[in-house]
Design a protein around this ligand. Structure first.
Ligand SMILES: C[S@@+](CC[C@H](N)C(=O)[O-])C[C@H]1O[C@@H](n2cnc3c(N)ncnc32)[C@H](O)[C@@H]1O
Length: 371
């Protein structure tokens, strides 16, 4: 019995009752693979792993029948299961962060004698991240022509193009036949009149036949996918060419290269922990990597865009249009902004980053994956 844990021990470790474990066994959810000499249930390492998966799904609020379908899914190996749990937990954390931000705002408004509307109070419930933050997106997010030119060149002579995680439609090439997919209704509603048709779908499960498009593109979205590898393989399945604009989130690639993460917002590292590396992403679809330089006057207000215009980060609308700020939470955001503001006033920022002033474009770890 050396490798096995008794039912009492497992219950104690997991913080559930023995009765719950008996019930999971009776309904076939987690069946302990052995018995002690005295006839008690005993759990192997694999049984414990399955129980952990069940308990995470319980904590995420799923019903037992739904959980049974997930844990019995034969298509996923242990690592893919962990990626799925990781993605779902991140999503739950993001939703909690959106609620914290909403309540934080309401507290400030109450302190000023203002009352929030019922719509503002109820809006963030049940919403996905972009349902909560998406309405702030158009203020600063638009197509940056120099990055668009690089991306469109990578699409080659593709005539039909699928845009995955399309948002409001930035970077959709005007001279090709584009179809978009976007899971957030808030983002779909922001697509301008005349934009390409857009379906409600996620990268991990694209509602198209194999090889339906000449090319599939994805811009500034992969870091939101629950399972980036599955999403990339789906793009590969439905298109002959794949072009993805993303970032190398390793410490060397991005976290340390950009002064904002390095000196003010180290919490970003926790957001990328456990996500596939740029090399794993590349290998998943046998892609090549192209560096994408960020122009000093970048028109698209993504996280790194204002690397030579640090004052921009002090502006609330600039931050609200970038999910990172909601994901790190209000405490880290306020601390980072207070510190940056003080360093700008004291010229400490300029002294530390003097070499940036002479650059027209910066290599901050942004990459195109081209397959
Ligand atoms: C930063 S926005 C980028 C939008 C657009 N591609 C652009 O460049 O403006 C990220 C988008 O990814 C979408 N998204 C989140 N999870 C997704 C998933 N699993 N599959 C596809 N898109 C997803 C969000 O709803 C959001 O619209």
């Amino acid at each position: 019995m050396g490798e096995h844990l008794t039912v009492g021990h497992v219950a104690e470790l997991a913080g559930v009752s023995v009765r719950t474990l008996h019930h999971y066994d009776e309904i076939g959810l987690v069946h302990p693979s052995a018995r002690t000499a005295a006839g008690y249930r005993a759990y192997s390492a694999d049984d414990v792993e399955r129980l952990r998966e069940v308990l995470v799904y319980r904590r995420l609020g799923l019903g037992l029948r739904e959980i049974a379908d997930l844990v019995n899914d034969p298509a996923l190996n242990a690592v893919a299961r962990l990626h799925r749990l990781h993605g779902l937990l991140l999503e739950q954390r993001d939703r909690a962060a959106a609620l914290v931000t909403a309540i934080d705002t309401e507290l400030k408004e109450r302190a000023m004698g203002l009352r929030t509307t019922p719509q503002q109070q109820l809006g963030p419930f049940g919403a996905q991240l972009y349902e909560a933050i998406g309405s702030a997106y158009p203020a600063t997010r638009r197509t940056e022509p120099r990055i668009a030119a690089q991306l469109w060149a990578a699409l080659g002579d593709a005539e039909t193009v699928l845009n995955v995680g399309a948002g409001s439609g930035s970077y959709e090439p005007p001279d090709r036949d584009v179809t978009a997919v976007e899971p957030s209704a808030v983002m779909r509603d922001q697509r301008p009149a005349g934009a390409a048709r857009c379906l409600a779908a996620s990268a991990e499960s694209l509602p198209f036949e194999d090889q339906s498009f000449d090319a599939a593109m994805a811009v500034s979205t992969l870091h939101h996918w629950h399972d980036p590898i599955a999403g990339l393989r789906e793009m590969r399945r439905v298109a002959r060419r794949v072009v993805v604009f993303t970032h190398d989130a390793s410490a060397a690639g991005w976290l340390h290269r950009f002064w904002l993460t390095r000196d003010y917002l180290p919490e970003v590292a926790a957001l990328t922990a456990g996500r596939p590396s740029i090399d794993e992403l590349r290998r998943a679809i046998n892609a090549r990597l192209e560096p994408v330089l960020v122009p000093w006057d970048c028109a698209d207000g993504f996280f790194e865009a204002h690397w030579r215009r640090p004052e921009a980060y002090l502006e609330e609308p600039v931050r609200r249009a970038v999910s990172v700020w909601s994901r790190v939470g209000p405490e880290a955001e306020h601390r980072a902004i207070d510190r940056l503001s003080a360093d700008l006033t004291s010229n400490r920022w300029s002294e530390r980053n003097s070499e940036l002033v002479a650059l027209d474009a910066a290599e901050l770890g942004l990459r195109l994956l081209v397959a």
